[in-house]
Unconditional design. Structure first.
Length: 353
């Protein structure tokens, strides 16, 4: 039979995840050959009310975009609840997302008053499974669910990464979901952001949530291989330029107050990392000096320091000797190890703020 599109009710449209790509393909198909499969409707609670669509929302949307006035339909002589469950049973092919399951469970519970036990029986699952699915609706903010429903966030990424993030920090989840939807990030990219967030300090988490695109661009740049072999000369100069840029960036972050938000353990990690960096720079200077035919990269210092001839060659009194670096990183204490703080206590350069 044919029904006027303006007189049907799309009551359960929001129980599905939309897909712009599938919608475009369906519009192209109907424009070429017409509607081949009828939609499914049932009579609503009000016998005189409009038919309620059970299946075929994408077809209705495609026909609207093509400015059609009528739609081919078949009517099931079933109550709404039974029709919803039958449609799921007929179309269940393993592609149903956990959030679509949660939305349907929530609708059956709220509209038709089914208990957890009845839902478990209807879905051939355990009560615990029903409880976990419905918990997704409580954990995820409504705005995040709207992004998922509109197809801007993959349901798999939301269930695996945004749900645990929402349980830990609801505000960060909502803000990050907005950025994910705007940037149309993949599940892999969302996973990388969540993993970085879990291991980051509070200040870093805030920056990550504010601009996840910057994090992904930086990560991509660091992982990409050079397009062509630039040779050892260019590679060495680029590596040293990178070291200088990283030092400047670290200085800016310190000037912006990064030290103020660090915990005591993180401050110990910073102190130990500085010792490791200093040791690495001195070792590199000695290697470059040897390659240049001298003992030092700049003035042939025998001790490998970076001091100029005018500054003098003697070892600065505030620089810890090599024994203090034993076990740090490759050659000193592990970051966060109490021994790192003890090693630093022997120096005279002063602690970080």
């Amino acid at each position: 039979m044919e029904l006027e599109i303006s007189r049907i009710e799309l009551r359960y449209e929001d129980l599905r995840v939309h897909s712009a790509e599938r919608d475009r393909r369906l519009v192209a198909s109907i424009a070429e050959v017409g509607q081949m499969v009828p939609i499914v409707v049932v009579s609503g609670d009000d016998a005189d009310g409009p038919p309620v669509v059970i299946d075929g929302y994408r077809r209705v949307k495609a026909l609207k975009r093509l400015r059609h006035d009528v739609v081919l339909a078949v009517r099931w002589d079933l109550p709404e609840m039974e029709a919803l469950l039958l449609r799921r049973a007929l179309s269940s092919t393993g592609g149903e997302s956990c959030l679509e399951q949660a939305w349907l469970l929530g609708e059956l519970k709220e509209r038709f008053g089914l208990t957890f036990e009845e839902l478990a029986k209807r879905f051939d699952r355990t009560v615990s499974w029903v409880s976990r699915r419905l918990a997704l609706l409580t954990d995820l903010p409504g705005a995040v669910q709207e992004h998922i429903r509109a197809g801007r966030i993959a349901p798999h990424a939301a269930a695996k990464h945004l749900v645990p993030l929402a349980r830990a920090n609801r505000d960060h989840c909502a803000r990050l979901a907005h950025s994910i939807a705007r940037l149309r990030l993949s599940s892999r990219e969302v996973g990388a952001i969540h993993e970085a967030w879990r291991g980051a300090a509070p200040a870093v988490r805030e920056r990550l949530v504010s601009d996840p695109g910057l994090f992904l661009r930086t990560r991509r740049a660091l992982s990409e291989e050079p397009a062509a072999d630039r040779g050892p000369r260019t590679g060495l100069l680029e590596d040293l330029a990178t070291v200088v840029a990283v030092l400047r960036r670290a200085g800016r972050r310190l000037a912006e107050g990064a030290a103020a938000v660090l915990t005591p353990a993180e401050r110990d990690e910073v102190r130990c990392a500085l010792l490791s960096a200093q040791h690495g720079m001195e070792k590199l200077a000695r290697e470059v000096g040897k390659a240049f035919g001298g003992s030092d990269a700049r003035r042939g210092n025998e001790d490998g320091s970076l001091r100029t001839e005018e500054e003098g060659f003697e070892r600065p009194p505030d620089r810890p000797g090599t024994p203090h670096l034993a076990g740090c990183g490759a050659e000193g204490p592990f970051l966060g190890d109490d021994r790192g703080a003890e090693a630093l206590a022997g120096g005279k350069g002063g602690a970080l703020p």
